[in-house]
Each structure stands twice: as structure tokens, then as C-alpha cells.
Ligand binder design. Sequence first.
Ligand SMILES: [Zn+2]
Length: 81
Amino acid sequence: MTICPYFHEPAELAYGTEVYPHRPDLQAKQFWLCGPCDAYVGCHKNSDTPLGRLANAELRASQDAGASRVRPAVARGQDET
Ligand SMILES: [Zn+2]
């Protein structure tokens, strides 16, 4: 069970087809998704264990700004091979 840090409610397991519909390479990956606040986090490869805590659009934007060379969630996901 993964809890959304914003609403403190259970997140739903989703596939990359929902989170990254434009990324065929991510469509088999699983994500924990909270629809109401558009927050999600990727999972370790071939598992539903989250890589970290859910991030909403605002947090993702600040992470992108702080580490423009590495896109945090995606980069971590690709490293978990
Ligand atoms: Zn939420």
C-alpha cells in the first residue's frame, strides 16, 4: 500500500500507458498514481514497490529545475534494472 503524501489516501497502481502515454518504453512499467492531485511515482522493475514517495506536478517541476540534467523519476526508473 502506498499513501499519497498530499491527501493521505491510498494511491492506485497504474501502468505507463496511463502516466506516460507518449512513452512506449515505459508502458510496461507500473506507477502508484493519485488522480485527484496528479501525483505519481514509478516502481522498481517487475514489482509494485515504489521508488520513493509520490510527487505531484509542482514537486516534479521543482525537481526538474533543481536537477535539470537528470530527470529524477525517469532516471531512477531506468537505473533500476
Ligand atoms: Zn493525492
